[in-house]
Ligand binder design. Structure first.
Ligand code: PMP
Ligand code: GLU
Length: 416
């Protein structure tokens, strides 16, 4: 008998891929909790609320009624109609059901959109570019790279609430640019662009018709103070080139359900059709008895959204007050989403109370977790300009915020 040494070689694409830092922190929190450690997790961003009962019931009813078969790939028509109605009425986006593709979370919608827009570089040619204002959510860059593109990072300054300026956008655009990804309210920054800021960015984009605008508006319902949200897809001069991404995870506390959608009405719906085609070879439709839950959430979820929003508003103020009081930590006030992204670089070059050298956000977060059981996400994977930061999600109780910040504050004061 001949024995073969069998080695399963991974593709270069996947070997080089960075796994999700946010989900990794969550996995670590889960493992520590299972060992009985009293961890305070400010890790992955997911509401601590349960999905509202009436939304659950809609899925249960559909399941019991036998809505268990394959559905149209982009989603049941009535659910797509409900989404299109929401986008027309709340976001002023001119669209209909044919422009909507429902996918396995907003993450999947973004993945599909990027795969449909980007070609891997031809030999000897530079890779197509996607402009990415940073700090940016950890998954955009890997998704751009998996499609064969290159992310061109455009850093937003802390003093400007991490926003990029129209001049920066203008300078970044070149014939290589395929798309720009905007995300307001922002993960990880917790800040947002004003309608006026977005109109100015749109004015720059007007002059560059080869650039598609992907706008991730998944945190649109989580806005604090008098900040206002504007959908890029409502700006007539660029609407034809806008792909709006959204989903139910954050606004309705439905992270585990995996429901996201894209709206791409431009150019006769060419991108929406392409995304549907790709999805038909990938996952087909989402779980079929979830479609009535989408309709229920959009039609009758406003009260639950409001209740959660009230809680998040209080938490935003509380966590900002606590972090602002920490020595040598700089943190813009959160105006949207449920994150703060403080600059902790004043601690680089110092030693933690437990004797660890702190020289990066990763070593800071590791020492903080090891020594206080407080979990935060290090900033490195949010882009080069995230290196001086850590991210804290405040999608957790006020008591949790108080306790975690107290531990972190005491720990910082003992760093030497
Ligand atoms: N966009 C941003 C900015 C996010 O933070 C998330 C959270 N994971 C998503 C998209 C995707 O969320 P989901 O896949 O749960 O819809
Ligand atoms: N978007 C959330 C976060 O950034 C959930 C985890 C993920 O998908 O990245 O924490």
């Amino acid at each position: 008998m001949t024995w073969y040494a069998h080695v399963m070689e991974l593709s270069k694409r996947v070997s080089a891929l960075q796994g999700s830092a946010t989900l990794e922190v969550n996995a670590r929190i889960r493992a520590l909790k299972a060992q009985g450690v009293d961890v305070i997790g400010f890790g992955a961003g997911e509401p601590d609320f349960d999905t509202p009962e009436h939304i659950k019931q809609a899925a249960i009813n559909a399941l019991l009624a036998g809505q268990t078969r394959y559905a149209p790939v982009p989603g049941e028509r009535s659910a797509r109609e409900a989404i299109a109605r929401k986008l027309r009425e709340e976001n002023n986006i001119n669209c209909n059901a044919d422009d909507i593709v429902i996918s396995v979370g907003g993450k999947h919608s973004l993945y599909l959109a990027l795969q449909c827009l980007i070609d891997p570089p031809q030999t000897g040619r530079p890779a197509p570019q996607v402009i990415l204002p940073t700090p940016a959510w950890v998954s955009y860059m890997p998704m751009i790279q998996l499609a064969g593109g290159e992310a061109l990072q455009v850093p937003g300054a802390v003093e400007n609430d991490f926003k990029i300026t129209p001049q920066q956008l203008e300078q970044a655009i070149s014939p290589r640019t395929v798309a720009v990804i905007l995300n307001s309210p922002s993960n990880p920054c917790g800040t947002m662009y004003s309608p006026d800021d977005l109109r100015k960015l749109a004015a720059v984009l007007e002059a560059h018709p080869h650039v598609t605008i992907i706008t991730d508006e998944i945190y649109e319902k989580l806005i604090y103070g008098d900040a206002e949200h504007l959908s890029m897809g409502s700006i007539d001069s660029i609407a034809d080139r806008v792909i709006t991404i959204n989903g139910l995870s954050k606004a309705y506390a439905m992270t585990g359900w995996r429901i996201g959608y894209a709206c791409a009405p431009g150019d006769g719906g060419v991108v929406a059709k392409a995304m549907g085609k790709l999805q038909s070879q990938m996952t087909s439709n989402i779980t079929s008895f979830l479609y009535p839950a989408i309709e229920e959430a959009l039609a009758n979820g406003a009260d639950s959204v409001k209740m959660m929003h009230t809680a998040f508003t209080k938490r935003a103020a509380l966590i900002h007050e606590r972090i602002d009081a920490m020595p040598n930590v700089v943190c813009p006030k959160p105006t949207g989403a449920f994150y703060v992204f403080p600059d902790i670089s004043a601690y680089f070059g110092r030693t933690s109370p437990g004797g660890a050298s702190i020289d990066s956000a990763v070593s800071f977060a590791t020492a903080l977790l090891n020594e206080t059981s407080v979990a935060v996400v290090p900033g490195e994977d949010f882009g080069d300009c995230g290196r001086n930061h850590v991210r804290l999600s405040f999608a957790c109780s006020e008591q949790h915020i108080e306790q975690g910040c107290e531990r972190m504050d005491a720990w910082l004061r003992e760093c030497s």
